[in-house]
Design a protein around this ligand. Structure first.
Ligand SMILES: [Zn+2]
Length: 463
């Protein structure tokens, strides 16, 4: 073979190899596209959030549209990102967020639509391209929920509870009462014993807490899965209450007795005490009295989510038999050590006098949702009475029930004691609404229950 022929063969082989590479490049995979949101529903406002990943982050184009039938509305192009935010997540991946609203979607209707994202990346030194497309089905929903308040005459005591009956449509939306940002979920009214209640009727218990203003705004609110919201006012009057102030002397003996005993049983307490010197009794006490009190309050908020969607209680709640009330609800306490102020806290419950080891009885029917040591409360039982209402029994020497037990009113749940942050044998009792403390006095009072709850449920049944 002549030199020229050899050269020709080599040239042909190279051409074949290049051709093969060119063909293979044509079947290279396009960028990886992931739509992070919206999950299913698109409301009056929504954020299209997606990420695109390619080798070495090389991208030729990205385009996102909302499509419904013939209507195609551009939402994003890489060449002109507009108000969209683009975040470089890794060397190979970017994340794009583009907010859009109903007004920017001319010609679309409520119902099914598609979010379509297409991206192209260069292959073989830019000689060819590889593209990919992701189609994400969504449902457009622009009509806000509809709310109608049915109950009248809502009288709210500062630190106390009330109840609203209302209708919400459609029925798959979350609704309840918002009191200056604190939300109290509503439940289907048949769970409150309203006879003949249709699917749209709801009952929500709510509170004006001791630390909120008397002028705190309160409304029924609703929010659908697409994020559309609605609100409705209800007539209400608020009554001020006097909360007591007291001063409590904390001695070294007390601190040395309670702090190590709580730390032994509570990992939250051990975490708060880590780094606090053994000898600094005041700092150790404040870590428990303030820090652990807050951690326990947070836990009770989470625990409250385990509520039954129906009322389990019946009639007035029972106060511990013949007990003397030692301390009022929302008593503002200043703590003193050797005459110096060391802390201030609000005591959110009632301290009821009891001798050691007396039976502690369930104040009403319900289901036990906590039966264990709980920080400042020591051995503690929480009973769920349904629709967000719970009762709490603290400082017990022993616990006689387990989580999941159904209990009847007056059934023994444990024995009195002085575990946790307690100076002597007594029952610390409180009522909670969605995990937030409310005065038990109302729930002990048959007249209050009839006026505030029974009357409104009877009127709802008649509708
Ligand atoms: Zn107490």
């Amino acid at each position: 073979m002549s030199l020229f022929s050899k050269f020709l063969v080599l040239l042909l082989l190279l051409a074949a190899a290049a051709g093969g590479a060119y063909v293979r490049a044509g079947s290279a995979v396009g960028p990886t596209i992931a739509v992070n949101g919206p999950e299913q529903y698109v409301g009056r406002t929504a954020i299209l959030d997606f990420s695109v990943e390619a080798p070495e982050g090389e991208l030729t184009s990205i385009e996102a549209v909302l499509a419904q039938g013939e209507t195609v509305i551009p939402l994003f192009v890489l060449a002109d990102p507009g108000a969209a935010t683009i975040e470089q997540e890794t060397a190979e991946r970017i994340r794009i967020a583009r907010e859009f609203d109903r007004d920017t979607l001319p010609g679309v209707r409520e119902g099914a639509a598609e979010l379509i994202v297409t991206s192209v990346r260069p292959v073989l030194y830019g000689l060819r391209e590889a593209s990919s497309t992701v189609t994400h089905p969504v449902e457009l929903r622009f009509t806000p929920p509809r709310l109608t308040v049915l109950s009248t005459q809502h009288y709210v005591n500062h630190g106390g509870a009330e109840m609203v009956v209302y209708r919400v449509a459609p029925t798959d939306v979350e609704s309840g009462v918002a009191v200056d940002g604190r939300f109290y979920r509503g439940f289907p009214a048949d769970g409150a014993g309203v006879t003949g209640a249709d699917d749209s009727m709801r009952v929500a218990f709510f509170a004006l807490q001791h630390d909120q203003e008397l002028t705190a705004p309160m409304r029924v609110t609703a929010r659908d899965p697409a994020g559309n919201t609605a609100g409705a006012d209800f007539d209400h009057r608020v009554f001020p209450k006097n909360f007591r102030r007291s001063r409590i002397n904390v001695g070294d003996d007390f601190i040395q007795r309670v702090v190590p005993a709580i730390a032994e049983q509570s990992s939250d307490a051990r975490a708060l005490l880590a780094g606090v010197p053994e000898g600094d009794l005041v700092a150790r006490y404040v870590a428990i009295n303030g820090g652990l009190r807050q951690a326990n309050a947070d836990y009770l908020m989470t625990l409250a989510e385990n509520t039954e969607p129906r009322i389990l209680w019946q009639g007035p709640f029972r106060q511990l038999g013949n007990s003397q009330v030692e301390s009022g609800f929302a008593d503002h306490r200043t703590y003193l050590h050797d005459g110096e102020e060391i802390d201030q806290q609000v005591h959110l419950g009632f301290d009821l006098a009891a001798t050691a080891n007396v039976p502690i009885l369930a104040s009403n029917h319900g289901v036990v949702i906590h039966a264990d040591f709980l920080g400042i409360y020591g051995n503690c039982v929480v009973i769920d009475h349904g629709m967000g209402l719970q009762s709490l029994y603290a400082h017990l020497s022993s616990i006689g029930v387990a989580v999941g037990d159904a209990v009847e009113q007056d059934q023994e749940v444990g024995r009195s004691g002085m575990t946790g942050l307690a100076g002597g044998d007594h029952l610390h009792f409180t009522m909670l609404l969605h995990g937030r403390a409310v005065t038990p006095v109302e729930w002990w009072d048959g007249h209050w229950i009839e006026d505030r709850i029974g009357r409104k449920l009877a009127m709802a049944s008649a509708r």
